[in-house]
Design a protein around this ligand. Structure first.
Ligand SMILES: Nc1ncnc2c1ncn2[C@@H]1O[C@H](COP(=O)(O)OP(=O)(O)O)[C@@H](O)[C@H]1O
Ligand SMILES: [Mg+2]
Length: 336
């Protein structure tokens, strides 16, 4: 198993991701427009407030009961406010706090001033979207926070996938460093075959006790399809695609990363290096072949490039899950 290290990842990105494309994905609205034009499902945009003049005339009363507002060039969740209901004089945030229209206007002003955006900069725009609610078939693994799926793609070839499941510990955040569970997904059917919490392997969700190994993600085929289109849409040769499964809209690409992290390898107990080499070798061989003969395109190429590795890992996972289920016949009651 060849682990992809930081240096090799950076060299790969320098070769495959043009600077303009890297800058492009830092703009959420523009990225969504490009993705949508390539048939990738993204959250609808309710409003893009780009200036103080627009903010002054914006009719906040017409916003729906549940929405998300964020800086167009935000990062790491900074400046994101999630609202899921109306209350007297404003809205109720997901964390229970009240957001008055006055507070919302003040937040937009801060966003426009660039205070919540990356790369310094002294101006930004405020992006408003409907609130994403997790599809019930996914939410049964973890009924709070917004679990997401990360798929690393080399061009349109999906290399490795994981889901990040929030925990009580992570405060509902789908962030591995904050204590979320990372679970490796088999490309063939969307089944979880391994899960980790920090450095430890786990079999059940620590907050809900839901069995993770063998659990199948809904809309898996659509999820992989959406991820595979992002590279071409954004001009990134190597990309980490973050997706969510919305209760009404289904699969949505939330974000694309030109510098995806390496911890997905820990979660999968597999290295990206060997897979990248394998795909590049296949692509070179194919290019040589098509130069000589005309070939029918293989519509399944890339979808299951690592079937056998996945099978082995998954069988191991199932076997271990069986052992754990035997040892824990009566699961502990649900934590709050
Ligand atoms: N429309 C939305 N509905 C619900 N939650 C959202 C929405 N947009 C963003 N979030 C939450 O906020 C987090 C950060 O948003 P994201 O768009 O990924 O921006 P950032 O670049 O700051 O990471 C997401 O991981 C998700 O948990
Ligand atoms: Mg994000």
């Amino acid at each position: 198993m060849t682990i992809l290290g930081m240096n090799r990842r950076n060299a790969l990105i320098a070769r495959l991701n043009p600077r303009e494309a890297i800058k492009g994905v830092n703009q959420k609205f523009e990225t969504k427009e490009r993705l949508a034009a390539s048939g990738v499902p993204v959250p609808p945009t309710l409003a893009l407030i780009a200036s103080e003049t627009e903010a002054a005339t914006f009719d906040y009363a017409r916003l729906p009961d549940a929405f998300a507002i964020k800086p167009n060039r935000g990062r790491r969740g900074e400046g994101v406010i999630l609202v899921d209901g109306r209350v007297e004089g404003g809205w109720r945030k997901l964390n229970g706090e009240v957001l008055t229209e006055r507070m919302l206007r003040a937040h937009v002003t801060r966003i426009l001033a660039g205070e919540l955006s990356l790369e310094g900069g002294n101006s930004d725009a405020a992006l408003i979207e409907p609130l994403i609610r997790t599809h019930p078939d996914f939410a049964r693994l973890v009924p709070f926070g917004l679990p997401d799926i990360r798929i690393i793609c080399l061009g349109d070839v999906p290399l490795m996938a994981m889901t990040r499941l929030p925990t009580v510990e992570s405060g509902g955040r789908a962030n591995l460093h904050q204590g979320a569970v990372g679970a490796a997904i088999d490309f063939r059917d969307g089944a979880i075959f391994r899960a980790v919490l920090g450095q430890d392997e786990v079999f059940d969700h620590p907050s809900t006790n839901a069995a993770l190994i063998g659990a199948v993600l809904p809309f898996w085929r659509e999820t992989v399809d959406a991820a595979r289109r992002c590279s071409g849409a954004l001009g990134l040769g190597y990309v980490g695609v973050d997706l969510v499964i919305d209760a009404t809209r289904g699969v949505q690409v939330l974000e694309c990363n030109a510098y995806p992290g390496l911890e997905i390898q820990n979660v999968n107990a597999a290295g990206l290096g060997a897979r990248i080499e394998l795909v590049q070798r296949q692509q070179r061989a194919k290019a040589r072949k098509t130069r000589g003969t005309r070939q029918a395109p293989d519509s399944l190429a890339g979808l299951r490039p690592f079937g056998s590795a996945g099978t082995v890992l998954r069988d191991v996972g199932r076997e271990m899950a069986g052992r754990v289920a035997g040892a824990l016949a009566i699961p502990a009651p649900l934590a709050a």
